[in-house]
Design a protein around this ligand. Structure first.
Ligand code: ADP
Ligand code: MG
Length: 570
């Protein structure tokens, strides 16, 4: 092995550049952030050949004088941070002072800039980090940075560049995320002299989203704001009935900085848990305002990862903000007064069988009676159900308003149980069992359950210890199936043991409710009478979010005319 050597400065900056600057997209990200920090209201990104030949970012921001411009390129310099203590009060996107220097080290860079107060601007040409010319230049106030022949001096890196098409896609994707958080800025993106998009200033992030997503999606969007202590949230998201096959439309900003953060993603997933099928994702744009001293953005050179001081609070704020806009705690009395009509109950056609269940989803927040209590006078609203038969003791063949459907009895029942437990856990007592036998459980089950009685009793069922080996189940949701109490208790204990340490309460509660619902539901392989089937299907149809079970499995197969036509090739 050779002796340790001190690397020359040029090598060091090439290595450093490699970390932040991987590809044209990363150059654009840094230059656009600089333009935003310079308070620009117009930003243009033009590239040639996927940015491999040329990247040009122009803005109408504050500009730089000749001295600053030189400094910004020559070394790690920033106007945004004077002291390490300032990191705690950071309000700009950039602060590391290395982007321009790093880009200049691996390209041919030209910067042209003029401050409003100066008569003339300056034009600097830089090659491999060295300034080769400096001239006065005429231009409107603002800055243009041109980056040519990226990685010309790092051939190894050049080999790994993506195709132009992939790069244009990635840049377009990046810009159309960023512009949501900056509605006041107009953006233009052009490739090989052809506009990819142009977007005019807008009033709000919502307006930008409408423009981007089109009318169909816009109809399915909710907007909510909230705050918890010093953290504010502005969320724009699709209702559970409108999902996408990937996370492409999930975009998170912390203090208007575009971030990738697992804890935010998890909170969003939890908020939609049980409401959408697995493998489907909502659109969800989240703008979080977090005091700078409660978030660390200096975790990664590209500044896309963040660390929150109060991660749990942020999780629960996100969860509550989203979830409460489609799942209101439903109040259900254990002995519901008969003939109870709530004004909302009238507008509760179950969202099934309609392709895009409706704006009424919002109003479906039934505050009092669940729809199954709608009296006969309201029967017109009810869907007409005819039961034909049960197959394989598992599938019910029926028609709903004349349309043939096949329903999985277990999954439908599981959804009903889950919703009931959710309502019961929200506040109302469940059905109390007068006679309940103590159930003897294994030792470890006893101690796990005993240590977590509060969590369990917040799920809408109620258990009490009986001696030091057994439990009695005091109350369950009404109409529970013929569940096996021992298996229920054991599953609860297993679920609690498997829950990640420090998982937020609402996550644990939801997990427990999910397993209890599964246990208490009518199982597959169980023979049902025609009356039982009718009762099940009718109740199922009145439930909210009835397209999938809490695990995301579909419940009902609709034999639509189109499906039949296409099967028979008509
Ligand atoms: P940072 O953004 O982390 O400060 P950069 O290397 O990206 O570091 O930029 C260095 C400095 O150059 C910035 O702090 C800013 O003062 C100046 N600068 C860069 N781009 C622009 C621009 N488009 N308009 C005005 N000033 C700019
Ligand atoms: Mg910067």
């Amino acid at each position: 092995m050779s002796a340790i050597r001190v690397l020359d400065e040029k090598t060091v900056s090439k290595i450093a550049a490699g970390e932040v600057i991987e590809r044209p997209l990363s150059v654009i990200k840094e230059l656009v952030e600089n333009a935003i920090d310079a308070a620009a209201t117009e930003i243009a990104v033009e590239i040639q050949e996927g940015g491999h030949r040329l990247i040009r970012v122009s803005d109408n921001g504050c500009g730089m004088g000749p001295d600053d411009c030189r400094l910004a390129i020559e070394s790690h310099t920033t106007s945004k941070l004077a002291d390490i203590a300032d990191l705690d009060s950071l309000a700009t996107l950039g602060f590391r002072g290395e982007a321009l220097h790093s880009i200049a080290a691996v390209s041919h860079l030209t910067a042209t800039s003029r401050r409003r107060q100066d008569e003339v601007g300056v034009c600097l040409r830089v090659e491999g980090g060295k300034i080769i010319s400096e001239e006065p230049a005429a231009r409107n106030p603002g800055t243009t940075v041109e980056v040519e022949n990226l990685f010309y001096n790092i051939p190894a890196r050049q080999k790994f560049l993506k195709t132009s098409r992939a790069e244009v896609q990635a840049i377009s994707n990046f810009l159309s995320r960023v512009f949501i958080a900056y509605p006041e800025i107009s953006f233009r993106f052009a490739h090989n002299d052809v506009d990819v998009f142009r977007i005019e200033p807008a009033e709000s992030p919502m307006e930008r989203i409408h423009a981007q997503m089109g009318r169909e999606v816009s109809g399915a969007i909710e907007e909510a704001r909230g705050n918890l202590k010093r953290v504010g949230i502005h969320a724009i998201f699709t209702r559970p009935d409108f999902t996408f096959p990937n996370r492409r439309f999930q975009t998170y900003f912390v203090n208007r900085r575009l971030v990738k953060d697992r804890s935010i993603t998890i909170a969003v997933d939890t908020a939609y848990k049980g409401l959408i099928p697995s493998g489907r994702y909502p659109m969800c744009i989240m703008l979080l305002a977090v005091p700078p001293d409660e978030v660390d953005v200096n975790v990664h050179p590209a500044k896309t990862e963040v660390r929150f001081l109060h991660e749990h609070e942020i999780h629960s704020l996100i969860y509550r903000t989203i979830r409460s806009s489609f799942v209101e705690p439903l109040k259900v009395e254990s002995e519901p007064p008969l003939k109870l009509v709530s004004p909302q109950a009238k507008i509760s056609p179950p969202p099934l069988l309609q392709p895009h269940p409706p704006a009424v989803q919002r109003e479906l927040k039934l505050e009092s009676a669940p729809p199954l209590l709608v009296p006969d006078a309201e029967a017109d609203d009810k869907q007409r159900v005819e039961i034909y038969d049960q197959f394989y003791d598992t599938f019910i063949f029926a028609t709903v308003n004349g349309q043939p459907v096949i329903i999985d009895q277990h999954i439908a029942s599981e959804r009903i149980m889950y919703n009931r437990l959710k309502r019961a856990s929200a506040d109302a007592p469940s059905q109390r069992l007068l006679i309940s036998e103590p159930v003897e459980v294994p030792h470890y089950v006893f101690s796990v359950l005993n240590d977590n009685l509060d969590a369990i009793n917040s799920t809408g069922i109620e258990i009490e210890s009986f001696g030091d080996r057994a439990f009695v189940i005091r109350s369950v949701v009404h109409n529970a199936g013929a569940y096996d109490p021992l298996s229920l208790l054991t599953t609860l204990a297993n679920e609690i043991t498997a829950a990640p340490f420090k998982a937020p309460d609402n996550v644990i509660q939801d997990k427990l409710i999910t397993v209890v619902a599964c246990k208490m539901a009518i199982q597959g392989g169980q023979k049902l009478s025609r009356e039982e089937m009718k009762a099940l299907v009718e109740e199922y149809l009145t439930e909210e979010f009835n397209r999938t079970c809490p695990h995301g499995r579909p419940i009902m197969f609709e034999l639509s005319r189109e499906a039949l036509n296409s099967w028979f090739k008509r």
